[in-house]
Design a protein around this ligand. Structure first.
Ligand code: 13P
Length: 243
């Protein structure tokens, strides 16, 4: 069954989050749907019976870290997943590969499944550094990582394809396929575990099937379109037909 991950980013206030969740609930979908709401709406969305994940976690479990929320704290209120290394965290808030690795390990420590976001920037792409960037990001996550019985998901999100609320410049399925194939091969250098690979970046109701049809694509990570009930309903419908 393909994954549908809804990253609501900082688009919705509390009331909008709860209302959207109610509308999604009424669709009664059987799909592998995971919602990443804001921290403020988190508990309410959990209480409505959704699988949920944190949009970000601190690597420290607890203590004097003003403004931070850890994997440990999210787990306690019902999270099962956490986005780690989203490009908006990397490039707006300055997180590096070392932070990402520590966050993956902090998720493992409490039993959250990290959804590690990787992808090249526009600059990387223009300088033909996509392979270099992807290989480095994967190496930093997986090298000597003790996965044990934990699960980990990788989301390929080309940074230049993310919509930032307006019209995005989607990656062609053919290009996504190339990079996701590379990701799959690279991961095999470090582990034989089954690691689902998702695609994210301007996914909407019109293009979602073209991504999930790709051989190495286990689902989608949707930003902007997951915050609009009409688009998101269509995305869920498209996927439930093939799930
Ligand atoms: P958009 O779907 O808005 O391009 O966002 C993608 C994303 O960053 C999901 O994490």
């Amino acid at each position: 069954m393909k994954y549908i991950l809804a990253n609501w980013k900082m688009y919705l206030n509390y009331e909008e989050s709860v209302n959207l969740a109610k509308q999604i609930k009424s669709l009664d979908t059987e799909d592998n749907l995971i919602i990443f709401p804001s921290a403020l709406a988190f508990k309410e969305i959990v209480s409505m019976g959704f699988e949920t994940g944190a949009q970000n976690v601190s690597w420290a479990p607890q203590g004097a870290y003003t403004g931070a929320l850890s994997a440990f704290l999210y787990k306690e209120v019902g999270a099962k997943y956490a986005l780690v290394g989203h490009s908006e965290r990397r490039y707006i808030f300055g997180e590096n590969n070392e932070d990402v690795r520590k966050k993956v390990e902090s998720c493992f420590d409490v039993g959250l499944t990290p959804v590690v976001c990787i992808g090249e920037t526009k600059e990387d792409k223009d300088e033909s550094k996509t392979q270099y960037r992807i290989k480095k990001q994967i190496m930093k996550v997986f090298d000597n990582l003790d996965i044990g019985n934990n699960k980990i998901i990788i989301a390929y999100e080309p940074v230049w394809a993310i919509s930032h609320g307006g019209e995005g410049q989607p990656c062609t399925p053919a290009d996504a396929e190339d990079v996701m194939g590379l990701i799959k091969r690279e991961i095999l250098e470090y582990t034989d575990n089954e690691i689902p690979i998702l695609y994210g970046g301007s996914v909407d109701e019109k293009n979602v099937l073209s991504y999930v049809a790709l051989e190495d694509c286990s689902g989608v990570l949707v930003g902007s379109a997951s915050t609009k009930i009409d688009s998101f309903t269509e995305i869920i419908k498209e996927l439930s037909d093939i799930n």
